[in-house]
Design a protein around this ligand. Structure first.
Ligand SMILES: [Mg+2]
Length: 287
């Protein structure tokens, strides 16, 4: 600090030492925002990993469905991205996704346990097999990030918004490290934390609430950013200031119908000012 700034004669902006330079009462810079925190989903919001997930699930499920079709003398119906990945698996905790998809095909198998061998016919074994394939894919192809999201996060941090991440992924630390994005987040709550703490996965709001609580901010001061239907449902159910849907697929309508207050194709299409205005508009409407 330059001591000269403390000389009253030179201090033309009349800033008193009693007014902190940072936080809600600062007198210079852009105006105060009307929310305190933002929680980002990881896959499809921060990291461009959706294709790798979908590809890994397709490989595992198609292998399984083929064997099953043969042994039951039924027709093989392949796993598709649009119907099956987006409809049943995207955003959910891994093993919930397996169950939801199989249920959609009328298939019920034992849930099993994490110790199941990879060849077992259980929900856990199928989920674990997918994880092996997924890790092979990102090892081979790397992890890229969405520039629009990273720019938004940096702007938020510069304006004293707390930023956290909430993902159903069990691999968040490896993926974020590989993407070079781990340091952006003050708190990270992932699938492992959910399992350890016995919390419910998306579409229940527990994971977003846990992240907001770690930041010391209430839900009604927190904005959720999500690309999956299960995640926008979680945001809506959790009573957050706003849930913003990011439609990476052709699914803007589904995101809106399931609770997103605004849907964009990428965060570069909006601004912090627009988001802040939406927070205020929503509060006004709620009275
Ligand atoms: Mg996602």
């Amino acid at each position: 600090m330059d001591p000269a700034n403390d000389q009253p004669a030179q201090n033309t902006d009349s800033r008193s030492p009693a007014i902190p330079e940072h936080g809600s009462t600062r007198v210079d810079g852009p105006p105060r925002l009307h929310f305190e925190a933002a929680i980002f989903d990881m896959d499809g919001v921060v990291t461009n990993t959706t294709a790798a997930h979908s590809k890994a699930w397709k490989q595992i499920f198609d292998e399984y469905l083929k064997v099953r079709a043969e042994s039951h003398e039924e027709a093989f119906v392949e796993f598709t991205h649009a119907r099956d990945y987006l409809g049943f698996v995207d955003g959910r905790p891994r093993f919930d996704g397996v169950e939801a998809f199989l249920k959609s095909r009328g298939i019920i198998i034992p849930r099993g346990s994490p110790e199941d061998g990879l060849g077992s016919e259980t929900v856990y074994a199928l989920g674990s097999r997918k994880n092996v394939v997924f890790n092979q894919i990102i090892e081979r192809e790397g992890v890229s990030v969405f520039g629009g999201t990273i720019a938004m996060i940096r702007e938020m941090l510069a304006r004293d918004i707390k930023v956290g991440l909430a993902t159903s992924s069990y691999n968040s630390s490896a993926i974020l490290k590989r993407a070079g994005a781990a340091k952006l987040f003050e708190t990270i709550v992932d699938g492992l934390d959910l399992a350890v703490r016995g919390l419910k996965g998306k579409p229940e709001p527990d994971i977003f609430r846990a992240a907001a609580a770690n930041l010391g901010v209430s839900s009604d001061q927190t904005i959720v950013f999500e690309d999956a239907v299960s995640g926008v449902k979680a945001g809506m159910r959790g009573g957050f200031a706003l849930t913003i849907g990011i439609a990476r697929e052709n699914n803007a309508r589904e995101l809106r119908e399931n609770g997103a207050d605004m849907v964009v194709g990428d965060l570069s299409e909006t601004t912090l000012e627009q988001i802040d205005q939406l927070v205020q508009d929503k509060r006004t409407r709620a009275g």
